[in-house]
Design a protein around this ligand. Structure first.
Ligand SMILES: [Zn+2]
Length: 174
């Protein structure tokens, strides 16, 4: 019989990264050392770098000519390099002490090959206070949850950082 921790853990080693200019290039050895996939985060590098520093950074359109944001657009997470409405570069803004609630969730009992999150876990869609979009992420707690439960952001930082989107996770905010 397997004893499960009450917290979700990751089955992954930190991804090796190179920095080219200001962009991170992640080495993803999905098929062994000879099958490494190289992926650049490009203009979204500040998001991933921020996670490893315990910071959640969103993007916002400040173009006064934007037909939707009118110079004061919503915060977007996941971030966008360019505004989808006016195609102009967006600016970065850190979200202080990110909190929100479970907008929707899936209980993942069995993941596919290569999944780096220990099952079972909850994949959650989080409505973050002050953010206009809804972010897909995962919950570290395994106890039963319901839509509307309050959550707060946590991060894998420093030596624990994976350099992937897994560096952001959420815990129940009692
Ligand atoms: Zn815009």
């Amino acid at each position: 019989m397997t004893i499960l921790n009450d917290k979700v853990t990751l089955n992954t080693a930190p991804a090796v990264i190179d920095e080219i200019g200001s962009a991170w290039v992640v080495h993803n050895p999905r098929f062994g050392p000879e099958g490494t996939h190289f992926h650049t985060y490009g203009l979204l590098t500040p998001y991933f770098r921020g996670l490893t520093e315990g910071k959640l950074r969103a993007t916002r359109c400040i173009n006064p000519g934007c037909p939707v944001g009118n110079g004061n657009g919503d915060l977007w997470l996941p971030p966008r390099a360019d505004c989808p409405d006016c195609h102009q570069p967006m600016v970065w803004q850190e979200i202080d002490n990110p909190r929100g609630y479970v907008y929707a969730f899936t209980h993942v009992a069995r993941g596919g090959t290569g999944l780096e999150i220990d099952c079972p876990y909850y994949q959650i869609d989080v409505k973050i206070e002050g953010v206009g979009t809804i972010l897909k992420s995962y919950l570290v707690d395994r106890q039963p949850i319901k839509i509307g439960d309050r959550v707060r952001a946590r991060f894998h930082t420093g030596a624990d950082a994976t350099h992937t989107c897994l560096d952001l996770y959420w815990e129940l905010d009692a």
